[in-house]
Design a protein around this ligand. Structure first.
Ligand code: 16G
Length: 263
């Protein structure tokens, strides 16, 4: 097989194109990002055997040592696991929520080749309290839709999501089938709302009694608390969501670039 150059033609991950040929990233790092992208895009699925060091070396025209370094780092990050005498496999337990494109739970889980599911815990119209009103940029007391969902992948509970939504006609969502449909899809396809961007915060914490029960975890388990505000094409906040992700099952991934100094 002809070696696939690490930089330049044939490279799928878009970030590669931003780098000038003068200052390439280390090869092991590039390979790491390529493999990470394969997992995020779903090309490599949980449980898949990844190519050997030798195969990766041949495919990308790098040494086995370099391939080994990339694999080892992803093993250390929990993306891969090794089985003695069998090879290296894509981990099952960590779900990656990439923080680059705005995607919803259904998309993230489907991309991994798993089956997303939802249990609606509660859906109702309530008056916006101060916090919700501030995030949705509306007046306190306006009726907003509160939606609480347990999210599962292959029947395993992963997250509890508590959303507040406000838009003209949002009360119709109460009658929608939110157990079998993606909220993002409904908003876009049925309500014609264009979701453009989101802000998200992440914080470490421990699960309380209620969430522990829902997530099948011992009380006080490590968890990731997120808050996300999603905006429409008119820059209007439409959803403010607070979610709890099981800490042992989730990785949040972001890729960042340093501004190039122009001297
Ligand atoms: C994400 C968002 C949630 C959104 C959901 C839509 C967080 C904390 N959660 O899980 O705000 O409602 O995606 O997913 O960022 P869906 O389209 O599958 O319903």
């Amino acid at each position: 097989m002809a070696p696939e150059a690490l930089i330049g033609k044939g490279m799928e991950p878009t970030f590669m194109h931003h780098h000038s040929h003068k200052s390439p990233l280390p090869r092991y790092y590039q390979l790491k990002e390529i493999m990470r992208e394969k997992i995020i895009s779903g090309a490599w699925k949980p449980g898949d055997l990844i190519p050997s060091e030798r195969e990766l070396g041949e495919q990308y025209g790098i040494s086995r040592m370099t391939a080994r370094q990339a694999i080892t780092e992803l093993v250390n990050e929990g993306m891969f696991y090794r089985e003695q005498g069998k090879g290296t496999f894509v981990s099952r337990h960590k779900i990656t929520q990439q923080l680059i494109r705005l995607t919803g739970f259904t998309e993230d889980i489907s991309a991994r080749g798993q089956a997303p599911a939802t249990r609606v815990l509660n859906v109702t119209m309530i008056p916006a309290d101060e916090n919700v009103a501030e995030h949705l940029r509306i007046r306190v007391g306006l009726p907003v839709l509160r939606l609480q969902r347990l999210r599962l992948a292959d029947d395993e509970p992963l997250a509890v999501e508590r959303s507040h939504l406000y838009f003209i006609g949002c009360e119709q969502l109460v009658d929608d089938d939110l157990e079998h449909q993606s909220l993002y899809r409904l908003l876009e396809a049925k309500y014609g709302i264009q979701l453009i961007q989101a802000e998200q915060e992440l914080e470490a914490g421990l699960t309380n009694e209620e969430d522990s029960k829902l997530l099948h975890l011992p009380i006080g388990s490590p968890a990731l608390y997120t808050r996300r505000t999603t905006y429409t094409n008119r820059d209007q906040p439409i959803e403010y969501a607070r979610s709890i992700y099981s800490g042992s099952k989730y990785t949040f991934y972001t890729h960042m670039m340093r501004n190039q100094l122009v001297l």
